[in-house]
Design a protein around this ligand. Structure first.
Ligand code: SF4
Length: 343
């Protein structure tokens, strides 16, 4: 097991290829069959109204803003039908933090979807769950249990950014704390629900803060085993206020090194995702030799990172080609990383 000091030393090491090879060896131990997975799903951003003003976010609109919206259920149903028609198996539904939407609104949405469709609902990251609990006067546990009973299948790891309160104070002062992010995942895992963990890096954090994030994720996983995957990506500057102070985005080398160190440090999490949405297809492909065993989603729709300047596009065939060309077998998976499809 790698120590924090060893992880920090690797971040400072110039031996990119050596770190990548070590991560590739861990990936091979966990996934000896040489499969790289992807999912067909859709992001649905049910509202862009938000009260948190995170400085890295170009997606939200303040309450009352002319460009603000809450999607009507009919529109959400239509998007889900389109997803199913395209061979999709799940939706990732996330939105801003709305002070007027109480748990009944979310329960009704989950139930109405499940009544109409057979689809996996991977929805509401920690800040949203914390917000729903607060505006509804409920505990985190009751909030998650009620959402689960209404149809929520799993919880995405968004809103983690860097799990260090000094960093959070600088970039997302109003949003949930490190402890709250962790508590949502711990409670969900205790209720038998799986979740993912993410990290948005390159927002001016120190190496030690990045490693503290990895350590917290590893510690939760040791306790519960509930994370299916770890998904690191880089801060995208365009249209964000943080982009005025953090002037340089993480480079491909920094991305690959962080991906590889994540794979090495989090050897208790099965899957690590290489991101084409923020890095582009070519760096994503190289990431498959730096510890990544999954390329995420063929996104039918994504509004959050595209608002901040990530405009990469990919079709299923393109993703399958880059996976094959890196020496792996591409395989479709579902939200829980099960690869039982016949392709
Ligand atoms: S990142 Fe999420 S919580 Fe922060 S402003 Fe954007 S939508 Fe709101």
């Amino acid at each position: 097991m790698m120590t924090r000091e060893e992880a920090c030393d690797l971040f400072r090491s110039p031996d990119l290829i050596g770190i990548g090879m070590a991560a590739d060896a861990v990936r091979r131990t966990l996934h000896p069959e040489g499969v790289v997975s992807y999912i067909i799903d859709r992001n649905i951003n049910y509202t862009n109204f938000c009260t948190e003003y995170c400085t890295f976010c170009a997606f939200y609109r303040p309450l009352g803003h002319a460009e603000g919206y809450i999607l009507p259920q009919e529109v959400i149903f239509q998007k889900i039908q389109e997803t199913l028609d395209l061979g999709g198996t799940g939706v990732l539904m996330q939105g801003g933090l709305h002070p007027d939407l109480k748990i009944e609104w979310y329960e009704d949405l989950m139930r109405s979807i499940k009544q109409r469709f057979r689809i996996h609902l991977h929805c509401f990251s920690s800040p949203e769950i914390v917000n729903i609990a607060e505006v509804s006067g409920l505990s985190l546990r009751d909030t998650i249990a009620r959402l689960r009973d209404a149809g929520l299948d799993s919880i995405p790891g968004g809103g983690a950014e860097i799990l260090d309160d000094a960093v959070r104070h600088r970039i997302s002062r109003l949003k949930c704390s490190t402890q709250e992010w962790a508590d949502v995942h711990l409670e969900a895992h205790r209720l038998g629900m799986r979740t993912t963990a993410t990290m948005m890096f390159g927002c001016g954090e120190t190496i030690e803060q990045r490693v503290a994030h990895l350590q917290l994720v590893r510690q939760i996983q040791e306790e519960t085993g509930g994370f299916t995957a770890f998904i690191p990506w880089t801060f995208q500057r365009e249209n964000t206020s943080l982009g005025r102070t953090v002037k340089e985005e993480a480079t491909a080398v920094e991305y690959l090194k962080t991906l590889a160190i994540s794979r090495l440090y989090l050897d208790n999490i099965d899957n690590v995702q290489s991101s084409w949405v923020t890095q582009g297809l070519k760096t994503c492909q190289v990431g498959l030799r730096f510890g990544g065993n999954d390329v995420g989603s063929i996104m039918i729709e994504e509004n959050v990172v595209s608002s901040a300047g990530a405009h990469h596009r990919a079709s299923e065939e393109e993703l399958r080609r880059i996976i094959r060309d890196a020496g792996f077998t591409p395989r479709q998976r579902d939200t829980l990383y099960r690869t039982f499809f016949l392709n």
